[in-house]
Design a protein around this ligand. Structure first.
Ligand code: PGA
Length: 244
């Protein structure tokens, strides 16, 4: 039985005051008994969130990291810096970063950098609307996976996030999501048989309190990567509560 994961991707939102309110409220509401709960603040707030989540069991994720180790890389954040700030996880290959030019090879290099310092990558994959409409969804997702599957490690998480469902209010149906999650697990079974059953595969794309339970009930959906709804304590704690 895979333990559920619900991760909140705050993207480029927040302020010290807003984040303090949000985390205090989450800390008193979410239960980590049956589910890994993770929040991913923008880099400047990691230290604040580390302090606020101390002793709560809520985990921390960076939203990205460099493929390089510390050095002359202005504006970049090294994986070991995230560890230093209490992160156990890092989101990699989010579609908003891929749209800004991040390549499959970079995602793979970042994942290697993360694993080398003990960070667990949350590896995002997903097709655009045009790719889905032209019947390429599975091919796109498996190509993205192919770049990272060779070095996949125990503890890595995969997040299937169809680009057309991110921030649009349009959620994949549980059947659509399960279909792709099944494809992803079959791909893992082919290329990393020892990890296929244990690897957690999250769904992301307009997960809300109202649709979380039916998505999470699908056989190969092991939780969610939540954007917009993770910025509201009520909504995010309801989503965590919907995880089996
Ligand atoms: P959304 O974002 O929940 O706002 O659609 C999900 C994500 O981008 O991780």
């Amino acid at each position: 039985m895979r333990r559920s994961v619900v991760a909140g991707n705050w993207k480029m939102h927040g302020s010290s005051a807003m984040i303090e309110d949000l985390v205090k409220s989450l800390a008193s509401r979410v239960s980590i008994d049956t589910c890994d709960v993770i929040v991913s603040p923008p880099f400047p707030y990691l230290s604040l969130v580390q302090q606020l989540t101390a002793g709560t069991g809520i985990g921390l994720a960076g939203q990205n990291c460099s493929e390089h180790t510390q050095g002359a890389h202005t504006g970049e954040v090294a994986a070991d810096m995230l560890v230093d700030l209490g992160c156990e996880w890092v989101i990699l290959g989010h579609s908003e970063r891929r749209q800004a030019g991040e390549t499959d090879a970079q995602v793979a290099a970042k994942a290697a950098a993360a694993r080398s310092v003990g960070l667990k990558p949350i590896l995002c994959v997903g097709e655009s609307l045009a790719q889905r409409q032209s019947g390429e969804a599975v091919a796109v997702v498996t190509t993205q996976l192919a770049a990272v599957v060779k070095d996949l490690a125990a503890g890595d998480v995969i997040a299937y996030e169809p680009v057309w469902a991110i921030g649009t209010g349009e959620t994949a149906t549980p059947a659509q999501a399960q279909e792709m999650h099944g494809e992803i697990r079959a791909f893992l079974a082919q290329h990393q048989p020892a990890l296929a059953e244990q690897t957690r595969i999250l769904y992301g794309g307009s997960v809300k309190a109202e649709n979380a339970a039916e998505l999470f009930a699908a056989a190969d959906i092991d939780g969610g990567l939540v954007g917009g709804a993770s910025l509201k304590a009520d909504d995010f704690s309801a989503i965590v509560g919907a995880a089996p």
